[in-house]
Design a protein around this ligand. Structure first.
Ligand code: HEM
Ligand SMILES: CC(C)=CCC/C(C)=C/CC/C(C)=C/COP(=O)(O)OP(=O)(O)O
Length: 300
């Protein structure tokens, strides 16, 4: 094989790996674990670069493995939707056999790495991959309640960072879980709204009422309100070691109101443009919230 051919095949292995592990989503999930870790370490549980690196690599392996198994299960359905039809499995770039081997390898590696941090971190990683691949993914075809189930593995990564730092699952980890949990409903229903026709091709009805109606938009608003409340809990002093200053709480509130404006706009406009905007704002919200929580911890 010539050098050019080698480079081309390395490039395509890389791009297939990016696609099959859903790298953009996986990186933002891993970012939430890193944030949880940075919020969690303290004098009692000192910072460790080794733990942080293990969490990043182990976390990516686990999320990547989840996404590989999800794409194996949904190979034929992904082929029906524009957004997913050129993924490596439906387009035939990777065989199911190779994908399965990759998924198993990433799971073993990920679990092993998380176990080195501490067994609790590995246990929550295992719960996440189980819920995502074996409960959420099959339920997607059956009921819109799948989103509720999917929100559990989706919410675990933020608190996983705290558990990695402290080896402790208490009110602090529970609060971080709650924030990311509520966040996913407006995040996903916005996506489910603007991708409605695409999802319909594969028989997925992921909006709470199954339709793009006022009730779905209202639920999106309500969950955004729950999200704002959960995000402000650490300022109350009731969440143990997890605390937030008044100034940061003010900034988080402003962010929440910014997202609420777009949720209300979806209710008023009821169109794909408003839904797309809400999705973008939702992703900005969770990333910025995590950055604010980290900064607040260091300047308090
Ligand atoms: C019930 C849980 C969730 C569902 C059903 C869901 C679904 C989706 C879907 C279908 C997309 C693709 C949208 C498109 O192609 O335009 C997406 C994008 C995205 N999601 Fe989620 N998601 C969930 C949870 C999460 C979590 C926990 C995070 C991170 C903490 C996250 C971060 C992102 C980001 C950053 C994007 C944009 C990047 C991309 O398109 O790959 N999501 N989500
Ligand atoms: C630590 C660990 C293992 C965490 C797992 C975290 C994880 C994979 C969260 C994703 C949450 C989720 C339901 C995404 C949507 O998938 P989808 O199947 O609806 O997306 P698709 O339509 O693009 O396939």
């Amino acid at each position: 094989m010539s050098t050019t051919e080698n480079t081309t095949s390395l490039k395509s292995i890389y791009s297939d790996f990016v696609a099959i592990t859903k790298a953009r989503l996986a990186i933002s999930v891993v970012f939430s674990s890193v944030a949880g870790y940075l919020i969690g370490f303290s004098e009692t549980y000192p910072f460790s670069w080794v733990t942080l690196i293990l969490l990043t690599i182990g976390g990516y392996c686990m999320v990547g493995a989840s996404n590989v198994f999800n794409q194996i299960i949904e190979k034929d359905l992904d082929a029906l939707m524009d957004r997913t039809k050129s993924r490596p499995l439906p387009s035939g770039k990777i065989s199911v056999r190779n994908a399965f081997a990759l998924g198993v390898a990433l799971t073993i590696l990920g679990l092993g790495i998380l176990y080195v941090i501490n067994p609790k971190t590995a246990m929550f990683g295992a719960i996440s991959i189980f819920l995502y691949t074996s409960v959420y993914t099959p339920l997607k075809k059956i009921t819109p309640l799948s989103v509720f189930v999917g929100a559990f593995p989706g919410a675990i990564p933020f608190m996983l960072g705290w558990v990695a730092a402290t080896n402790n699952f208490g009110i602090e980890a529970g609060t971080l879980f709650l924030i990311q949990f509520f966040w996913q409903f407006p995040h996903f229903w916005a996506i489910g709204w603007f991708l409605y026709d695409d999802y319909k091709k594969a028989g997925f009805f992921m909006l709470p009422t199954g339709k793009r109606d006022k009730k779905t938009a209202l639920q999106t608003i309500l969950y955004t309100v729950w999200l704002i409340i959960a995000s402000l809990l650490p300022v109350t002093g009731f969440t143990g070691q997890l605390q937030l200053s008044y100034v940061s709480a003010g900034v988080v509130l402003l962010l929440g109101l910014w997202m609420l404006v777009y949720a209300v706009k979806l209710y008023k406009d009821m169109d794909a443009k408003a839904a797309r905007k809400l999705m973008i704002v939702s992703v900005s919200y969770i990333s910025l919230l995590q950055v604010i929580y980290i900064i607040d911890k260091f300047i308090r």
